[in-house]
Design a protein around this ligand. Structure first.
Ligand code: AMP
Length: 116
């Protein structure tokens, strides 16, 4: 299976890649929810957090070090930002290639609306 994000990682479809190395790729979200909205994705296809294995730990750890680096480069590190990983249907996941959202550039408010 080839995911949409794998095609972006392999540069088969256009996107604005802001960082790439041997383990992860970071690119601008096509439908940003905030002034800064970056997706950081392991280069290997992992569908959801439920599919994570111990051998993925290096790539998944790299998501955080790249989040820190990209946040600094895009100027949101000092004021703060939010990292989000959605999992599955109830989690609101749309693309089944595990990814971390980095959102910032404005006050984001509470994590979730307080309703069922
Ligand atoms: P999630 O709901 O956590 O699966 O998030 C999927 C994200 O992928 C959404 O924020 C979409 O806007 C984003 N997205 C979908 N297609 C593309 C694309 N071609 N390039 C960049 N971001 C995309």
């Amino acid at each position: 299976m080839t995911t949409l994000f794998s095609k972006i990682i392999r540069r088969e479809i256009p996107s604005e890649i802001v960082y790439q190395d041997d383990l992860v790729t970071a690119f601008k979200d096509i439908n940003p929810a905030a002034p800064v909205h970056i997706l950081i994705v392991p280069n290997v296809e992992i569908a959801t957090v439920n599919d994570v294995q111990p051998e993925h730990e290096a790539a998944l750890g790299r998501l955080f070090t790249v989040a820190k680096k990209v946040a600094q480069e895009l100027g949101v590190a000092e004021d703060g930002y939010r990292l989000i990983v959605n999992c599955g249907y109830d989690g609101g996941q749309e693309v089944y290639h595990l990814h971390m959202h980095l959102v910032g550039g404005r006050r984001l408010g509470p994590l979730l609306p307080r309703k069922e």
